[in-house]
Design a protein around this ligand. Structure first.
Ligand code: PMP
Length: 409
């Protein structure tokens, strides 16, 4: 136990951590792909399904009222946690990917033209590249990409230079899922705003690891996923500044997003956030996502962050003692992820052997193929940490790696 951070106690809240994999106690080092769930999240979802499931907003009966209150309560929790101005700025989505696609399909289609530029970075996840490529093939705008430095941090000089071309939209990840690089979202946003751009931040990997203050960052859009924050899959949110959301056309038509529908008169649309929430949402997911955020707050996001920083530092030190091992992503500010390769060994071979030894890591390009191309590598092995990760997990990774390397060399 370091300071007041009682990781053993935290681990007891995660039933999955008690299981064995391939005859070994599970060492789960793939939290960047998806974090495990504490009992309160599992129970909250079960409680809703068992006791007050009903469709929301539309019903006048007691169950519908209870379900609506819990669903809207979760929106309030997100708004408070991320310090948005009002609940209307928080749109429930199926996750960060969906959130970015809404910005592309609605704001992008309405505002970008053949002469526009969208500025991305070499760090982006495919979720923050492909929606722009699909839209660019339709509209014909240009996609420009900010360079990196060799440590995997953003080349700020190149960013400033590319901003002089007056992009309409700047999209960047707050934290890189492959390298862990933390971008200074507030600084990047203010530079982009000075250049007249709208700013979309992909916060999928930041929200689990740090307090994110949207009013302070001042970005126009922010995307995140519940499942990376100890919540369920299939739920996330898109934050958008209210005035921008109000100016955007709806993307998907259906129930809930309308004000009135007629065959005689033009159909009119609901206000944000409902304008962007067509159909029955993932109600149990939203409520349990709220519980996950409350759980993070009960531990203290800053305490989780400090624990993960200590783990990341320890992992760097231990891994670098392995001969031929190279770490990709050594930026001064990085979060909870260590990506590496061992000379002469393909990352997927290592991944398979590590799994046989009970160690779950991610291998491959991590949905960042352009970043892998930038480093001229096929992929990496990625170990990632969360609130429940331990120094012993890292020792187990290192021991398993040493065994696997011996078997492969
Ligand atoms: N952006 C980043 C940086 C991510 O790491 C991920 C998930 N790997 C996503 C976006 C997409 O998140 P989701 O799959 O939850 O939509």
């Amino acid at each position: 136990m370091i300071g007041d951070y009682d990781v053993a106690n935290i681990r007891r809240e995660f039933p999955i951590l008690e299981r064995q994999v391939n005859g070994f106690p599970l060492v789960y080092l793939d939290s960047a792909a998806s974090a495990q769930k504490p009992r309160i999240v599992i129970e909250t979802q079960r409680e809703y399904l068992a006791h007050f499931h009903s469709n929301i907003h539309r019903g006048a009966h007691s169950l519908a009222i209870q379900a609506t209150e819990a669903f809207e309560g979760a929106r309030e929790i997100i708004k408070e946690h991320f310090n948005a101005n009002i609940n209307a700025e928080i749109i429930f989505t199926s996750g960060a990917t969906d959130s970015i696609n809404i910005v592309a399909g609605s704001w992008g289609r309405a505002n970008l033209t053949a002469s526009s530029t969208v500025l991305l970075t070499h760090l982006e996840h495919h979720s923050n590249i492909v929606p722009w490529q699909i839209l660019a093939s339709e509209i014909g705008f240009k996609i420009d990409v900010v360079e990196l430095l060799s440590d995997g941090s953003l080349d700020i000089q190149d960013y400033k230079t590319k901003l002089t071309t007056s992009p309409s939209l700047v999209c960047f990840s707050h934290v890189s899922n492959t390298l862990g690089t933390i971008n200074d979202a507030k600084l990047l946003t203010s530079l982009a705003h000075e250049a007249g751009a709208i700013v979309l931040v992909d916060g999928a990997q930041a929200a689990p690891h740090m307090n994110v203050d949207l009013s302070d960052i001042n970005c126009d859009f922010y995307a995140a996923s519940g499942h990376k924050m100890y919540g369920p899959t299939g739920i996330g949110f898109l934050y958008g500044k209210l005035a921008i959301l109000e100016s955007m056309p709806p993307l998907r038509g259906g129930g809930e997003m309308i004000s009135s529908v007629s065959f005689e008169e033009p159909t009119t649309f609901n206000v944000p956030p409902y304008k962007f929430e067509a159909g029955t949402p993932h109600i149990s997911g939203a409520i349990a996502f709220g519980a996950a955020i409350k759980w993070m707050e009960s531990i203290g996001v800053e305490n989780i962050a400090a624990h993960e920083q200590a783990l990341t530092k320890y992992a760097h030190e231990k891994l670098l003692q392995i001969e031929g091992l190279k770490i990709y992503g050594t930026a001064e500010h990085k979060a909870s992820v260590v990506s590496f390769l061992v000379e002469g060994i393909h990352p997927s071979d290592l991944g398979i052997l590590l799994d046989q030894l009970g160690v779950a890591v991610r291998t491959g390009h991590h949905c960042t193929e352009p970043l892998m191309n930038w480093f001229k590598i096929p992929g990496t092995v990625r170990a990632s940490f969360a609130a429940y990760s331990t120094f012993e997990d890292i020792d187990a990774l290192v021991a398993a790696l040493e065994r696997a390397i011996k078997m492969l060399k």
